[in-house]
Design a protein around this ligand. Structure first.
Ligand code: NAP
Length: 164
């Protein structure tokens, strides 16, 4: 299981223009994962040209929380982002129908680590599933070794208001 915790996910309707678009921009600037909803898919996609995703992890000791924010360009082009500890990360994202797919690549201690996350909403639009795949390329082959991990996170929209 890959530990990946986006803290707050905001779903903004009417987000392709006006107040909705500005609210989505401001929530994203605060580090939230923002899902833009629009009745016209093309207008919605045009409104979202960039997406920022913040991932928080608890380190040892558990009270220490590390945070990393990656910005993806939604036209599929690669973005080079500085992650934690000065690590350079290649970040890409694209839409596959209604699914959003993000990909990252970084080098950790000589190994190339890639992640793929597939974001999808259920029909009720209240449940978001994130399928995570993490692969480590060590640069050598070891028989029977598994260098790929897979996991799934499910976020359910709550009526409860959340204070940051
Ligand atoms: N702007 C202000 O200063 C202000 C001040 C106070 C209150 N308001 C209120 O806040 C709301 C938004 O204002 P705005 O200026 O952001 O308006 P806007 O720029 O016209 O944006 C309205 C958004 O709502 C969507 N929308 C409209 N009718 C819809 C429907 N029947 N079903 C689903 N989506 C629909 C539009 O999608 P499409 O692009 O597909 O049409 C668009 O994304 C309005 O109710 C307005 O009266 C605005």
């Amino acid at each position: 299981m890959i530990v990946s915790q986006s803290t707050i996910v905001a779903l903004v309707t009417g987000a392709n223009k006006g107040i909705g678009k500005e609210i989505a921009r401001q929530l994203g600037a605060q580090g939230m994962t923002v899902l833009l909803a629009a009745r016209d898919a093309a207008r919605g996609e045009q409104a979202a040209t960039e997406l920022s995703i913040e991932t928080r992890r608890s380190e040892k000791p558990k009270s220490v929380i590390s945070s990393e924010t990656l910005t993806f360009k939604l036209d599929g082009s690669e973005n080079s982002v500085q992650g934690n500890y000065g690590v350079q990360i290649k970040a890409k994202a694209h839409w596959d129908g209604t699914k959003l797919i993000t990909e990252t690549e970084r080098s950790i201690q000589g190994s190339t680590v890639t992640t793929t996350q597939v974001f999808s909403l259920d029909a009720s639009r209240k449940e978001m599933t994130v399928d995570n795949t993490l692969t480590v390329q060590h640069g050598y082959q070891s028989q029977g070794a598994n260098n790929t991990g897979r996991g799934k996170d499910v976020f359910i929209k709550s009526r409860r208001s959340v204070n940051k």
